[in-house]
Design a protein around this ligand. Sequence first.
Ligand code: SRM
Length: 580
Amino acid sequence: MSGESDKTESKVEAAKRGSRHLRGTIEETLRSDAAGFGESDGGLLKFHGIYQQDDRDVRQERRKAGLGEKTMFMVRLAIPGGGLSADQYLKLDELADRHEFQSLRVTTRQGLQFHGVLKGNLKETVGSVNKALLTTISACGDVERNVMTCPAPLGDRDHVRLHALAGEIARDLRPASRAYYEIWLDEEKVVSTENEEPFYGEQYLPRKFKTGIALASDNCIDVYSYDCGLVGITDGPEIRGFNLVVAGGLGLTHNKPDTFAALAQTVGFIQAENAVQAVRAVCSVFRDYGNRVDRRHARLKYLLDQWGLEKFREEYVRRIPFELAPAVELPRPGFEDHLGPHRQSDGRMFYGIYIENGRIIDRDNCRMKSALRTIMREHRPRIRLTPHQNMLLLDLTDAQVKGIEATLRDHGVRLAQELSAARRYSMACPALPTCGLSMAESERIMPSVVDRFEEELERLGLRDAPITLRMTGCPNGCSRPYTADIAFVGRRPDVYHVYVGGGLPGTRMADLYAADVATGDIVSVLRPLLEAWAAWGGGGESLGDFYQRVVARSTVRRTITGKEEATGALVQLGIERMSG
Ligand code: SRM
């Protein structure tokens, strides 16, 4: 299927092919005394929603003591559209206490993660997740990942349809192999594994494949960052159809210019009833033509780069039994984080809680985990996790909203509507100590970086000006840094590349603004730009828009009466050199 010869396929491809549809020797290793899994089973575990990691905080110390790594696991749930019930949440909350990190973490794709799961607890954890009618299957691995959609429960037909569709796509592209159920849920073993995966085949996809569904008016899911996106076009309360966008992706490798982040491109318009088939067909092009030799290039964006949009469209059209119409022209989308209190169209309320970097944990000054547990027990709301690592509670009365706010305050949790824009829109990936790819801190230092920005923005009168700050510990793009107004991307311990010029609507890539900046200099390196933004834009436009309009487009020298000082400041401070 890959179109590549066996001689050149990557090691991961060989491991998948020899795995009997994701079984490998996972079951044997689980039963053994081994601390962890070997390389090829480690790769297969990802399809089951499990990453083998080690505690990097103690890595050196253990090495010096002649000990091996402290092996532990991250377990990720795939939750289409981020929807779960209060009972399900309470079960997960309880499970989290059994693991080293005693936390739950909302991910940037509306999933949830446990960190610090020990090998001996893996089976019980996965089993308990399934008992709660949730799953970890295909949360990771070379398959369709968690399908995202706007979490807002406005009660309108269009939003209901989006959530139903996210579930349908997830089910349609879930691996068919029974391996997961045999290993984790003790189901009877199938007699023959031949032809067990009619869609994926024995090698699955060349790498991960991500899908998101947005409405044209609100890109809160960052739809242009994924392999496949459906942008909903409404006709009154109904979704008429979708613009199909393909081949976005944010991962790149420092100093390897042949790797890049890219926004998805628009292929055409499809009728709503064809949406599941439309996504499946995009996925099948990737399955059949994606790179299986070099995993660094194994994303749909590299295939599109090689083919061009026309060739992709021709191949795509050959695979679909429905019409691909010309795309509908769309204005720039809006962005809503949906936090705070909102009225649903059925008259009830929903309420968005800000969770700093998605980490649900009890700390001295903010007992988020206890607050949420209390709220779930008392109010039993439906839940939607958001693509910005936050949580919405649905179907509430006005009195319940008041009660929820009181509980949050009692536990030291700040309400979203009281936060600065900089904090409310910020995101960071987990990075150290769990992520094996991380080169620098992210989640652990982001709160203090935001503190410093808040001070600076307050000083400039920009406290509520629209700005999104994102941080990652490496260039893989997990908190979607390249679509942010400002992003810090880890290079090595305490050093980051600084990117500027994206924005919340998610339709633009940021530029590399300053390379190799020490953590301590992160604010000072941006101060001239922030000052110019305050003087020129007055914070009325987002920082990214200001940067694109004034700085990147080389309009620095444009003289606007009364703004010469700011112009001078920009030129003087070297911002001019970034133009063009
Ligand atoms: Fe990611 C790998 C965490 C969203 C691009 N990502 C990883 C791993 C699993 C590290 C590893 O492979 O060993 C990280 C685990 C850290 C930990 O300790 O938990 C990790 N990624 C995350 C999460 C948890 C970040 C977060 O702050 O929430 C997100 C989980 C989402 C989910 O529920 O599925 C997460 N990762 C993303 C996104 C953003 C998105 O999809 O919305 C991206 C950029 C979009 C894209 O895919 O292009 C992203 N993660 C990557 C990549 C780069 C892929 C590439 O094309 O090169 C890697 C590296 C890899 O896969 O080899 C990666």
